[in-house]
Design a protein around this ligand. Structure first.
Ligand code: NCD
Length: 306
């Protein structure tokens, strides 16, 4: 059976530390890795839109000397003819050495992996999980704070449908002394199953609020998210909730001087562009980190040692 990354806990904490160390080495010594995946092929199967995830996967494979193939919308694949995800993945696994797959249905990458002869990476499944964004987030936190434990992190926005939030909460629940502050409208609270699995069962402290300004001064990290329009059942609810939180320089006045602001992007309206100039904004660095950590992950899953 190939090694798949469907959930962030498919990697142990020690393996995540190892990936972060490899990503650091790749950043400092890129030339050392430029032929590491020569003659290897990555397929990106994106049944849902993407900019950063797909292109960072492709850019990662190209920087390792490999090549890429795939599709960026379901309509351009045989799924539009009614082919099952299992058959599509079975086909692609005959051509590629590793597959990154995004799908609007929760669990689709897990189901697809049963039909694959090569490693499958979940590049986002519906409103469920997004483990490689979490690796990107962990590398960013590690670079910003020098550690992955002992801080208060606030998650703000759409905690219900935000798959990056679910995966990051799950990942951080394995480190010591982390306090979670969950900021969302009532309708977009963190799902009960995430709270049960990642927080309550482990006795991890968390608070829930609808008011960002009342908690911002407590935070070491603020993880902003977009309201996930595509997961809503009706447009009216989206329109009512979409601008619940807009981070501005004024709102940051009470925040800690060493706060790190993260956002998986794309941003719609939830962080004012003026915040980009604040030294605490880490989301553009996060975009760069996504490539390095995916390079490290590809090497690991292909069992290539440099
Ligand atoms: C996120 C996603 O697709 O879940 N984007 C990303 O991969 N960087 C977040 C989002 O779409 O809001």
């Amino acid at each position: 059976m190939p090694r798949n990354i469907i959930d962030v806990t498919d990697l142990s904490v020690a393996e995540i530390d190892e990936l972060i160390a490899t990503a650091e080495d790749i950043t400092t010594n890129p030339a050392k890795y430029q032929d590491a995946c020569l003659h290897k092929q990555l397929a990106t199967l994106f049944f849902e839109p993407s900019t950063r995830t797909r292109l960072s996967f492709e850019s990662a494979m190209l920087a390792l000397g490999g090549s890429v193939l795939g599709f960026s919308e379901a309509n351009s694949s045989s799924s539009s003819k009614g082919e099952t995800v299992g058959d599509t993945v079975h086909t692609v696994s005959c051509y590629a050495d590793i597959i990154a797959m995004r799908h609007p249905k929760e669990g689709a990458p897990y189901a697809a992996a049963q039909f694959s002869e090569v490693p499958i990476i979940n590049a986002g499944d519906g409103g469920h999980n997004h483990p490689t964004q979490t690796l990107t987030d962990l590398l960013t936190i590690h670079r910003e704070k020098g550690r992955l434990d002992g801080f208060t992190i606030g998650f703000c926005g759409d905690l219900k449908f935000g798959r990056t939030v679910h995966s990051l909460v799950n990942a951080l629940s394995r480190y010591d002394n982390i306090r979670f502050v969950l900021v969302s409208p009532e309708e977009l609270k963190l799902p009960r199953y995430v709270k049960e699995q990642s927080l309550k069962s482990k006795g991890i402290p968390y608070t829930q609020t609808t008011d960002l300004e009342s908690v911002i001064s407590q935070l070491d990290i603020l993880y902003m998210t977009r309201v996930q329009r595509e997961r809503f059942f009706n447009e009216e609810d989206y329109l009512r909730l979409k601008d619940s939180y807009i981070l501005t320089p004024e709102k940051l006045q009470n925040a800690k001087p060493d706060l790190s602001i993260l956002h998986p992007l794309p941003r719609v309206n939830e962080i004012a562009v003026a915040v980009d100039r604040d030294p605490r904004a880490a989301y553009w660095k996060q975009v760069k980190n996504g490539k390095f950590i995916r390079m490290a992950l590809i090497l690991k899953l292909l069992d290539i040692h440099v």
